[in-house]
Design a protein around this ligand. Structure first.
Ligand SMILES: [Mn+2]
Length: 402
């Protein structure tokens, strides 16, 4: 991953230099569970879930596979610049300590917990950028970790994280989840939410915000309280049968106006892009089909494929959000030359003056994209297929003696 991470840091620095100093760069962290339970002969895989059991030959097996924790650098326009940090591993031992009352996670120091990955990732990605103050780390409910809030302060960086812990207490008494109920809404906002069938719906939400000083949990009493702002996003009039939007976000950035709250919500909405990346990796690049028989090999394979998947994902967003970019930004000269050999009619051949958008569409056409008037921009799957074919064509050419 090293060269990719270095190149991402370089792209991130360029993006920061090219934009206004008030413009942040989003660092989206998330964990994806790669389930290889259907490959029973692969050795060295760890458990990925305590719950998802299946029965085979009368034995109960837990879902097993790899865990992937990524920190994706994303511009506020939604262009993924790459990963500033990544961790790919298998679980070798159960997490937590079993006490009389069951699993106990609070007695373990954070450095030994698996959730330490969030703190490590924040640290690693912050030190790779010259001005960590312009980074906003975004995380879902899994990132509701008290030490992570403190780490942001230590690194001089910022966060917008969704709260999970019902018990989060604040100075002056009370719990955030109870307090929110008593605060009156400051305005309304519209969210575009993805439904389970892949389509979108518009959710009307009420926005509330107020400052808090968060206390550490009882077992971490030594830690200082953290000053932050809560932004609550609560859907009103949700249609029947859908899960109502109810987000309690926490940010260390001051939220003094409704506009400022909406900006943070907008950044949090961008978190979805990492889920899109996971989909490109799994469904687009088909990493779950890989039949390597050893976890260590599988880790190396998936590691390489994350970079390939990022590139496909990046191309997809470039052709949608920055179509006028120069083609050299997305393709190597050898790839462009080969692609042009494949295009039969001289009229349709592209030149160095053609935009990245046109080149990406041409690559997609190798994957079966028809480019009719009614077609949307090419998606990751068709680009992945086009990319594979292009690599094969290039290999074929290289095998022919000059
Ligand atoms: Mn997650």
């Amino acid at each position: 991953m090293r060269p990719h991470i270095d190149a991402t840091a370089c792209r991130a620095e360029k993006a920061l230099r090219a934009t206004d100093p008030t413009e942040p760069l989003l660092i989206i962290q998330d964990t994806s569970y790669l389930n290889y339970s259907h490959h029973p002969s692969t050795a060295g895989l760890g458990e990925i879930s305590k719950f998802k059991d299946r029965i085979s030959d009368g034995r109960i097996l837990r879902a097993c596979g790899l865990l992937l924790h990524s920190s994706l650098a994303l511009t506020t326009d939604g262009i993924p610049l790459g990963f500033l940090d990544q961790k790919l591993w298998t679980r070798t031992r159960p997490i937590g300590v079993v006490t009389k009352s069951g699993w106990n996670f609070t007695r373990i120091p954070i450095e030994e917990k698996e959730s330490f990955r969030w703190i490590e990732a924040m640290r690693n990605s912050s030190v790779r950028i010259s001005d960590p103050g312009r980074l906003i780390h975004i995380g879902d409910r899994e990132a509701d970790i008290f030490e992570l809030f403190g780490e942001a302060k230590a690194q001089g960086t910022h966060f917008v994280i969704r709260l999970k812990t019902q018990q989060r207490c604040v100075e002056g008494g009370g719990r955030i989840f109870d307090q929110v109920e008593t605060v009156s809404p400051k305005g309304r906002y519209k969210l575009r939410v993805r439904k389970s069938d892949g389509s979108y719906r518009i959710a009307k939400v009420e926005v509330k915000f107020y400052p808090v000083a968060i206390l550490p949990s009882v077992s971490k009493k030594k830690l200082d309280s953290i000053s932050a702002w809560v932004i609550a996003v609560i859907e009103t009039g949700a249609p029947k049968g859908v899960e109502k939007i109810d987000w309690k976000l926490l940010t260390d950035l001051p939220v003094r106006s409704f506009e400022s709250a909406c900006e943070k919500i907008y950044w949090y909405e961008k978190r979805w892009q990492i889920e899109v990346f996971h989909k490109v990796l799994k469904s687009g690049c088909r990493v779950l089909d890989c039949r390597l028989q050893d976890a260590a090999r599988l880790i190396r394979y998936v590691g390489v494929m994350t970079v390939v998947a990022w590139r496909i994902f990046w191309m997809t967003t470039i052709s949608r959000h920055a179509p006028e970019l120069k083609p050299e930004a997305v393709m190597a000269p050898s790839e462009m030359a080969t692609l042009n050999l494949y295009v039969r009619s001289r009229k349709q051949r592209l030149t160095a003056q053609s935009s990245a958008h046109d080149w990406i569409r041409s690559l997609a056409s190798l994957g079966g994209f028809l480019g009719r008037k009614c077609d949307a921009e090419p998606g990751p799957f068709v680009l992945w297929r086009g990319y594979l074919r292009l690599q094969d064509i290039m290999l074929g050419i290289s095998l022919v003696p000059p």
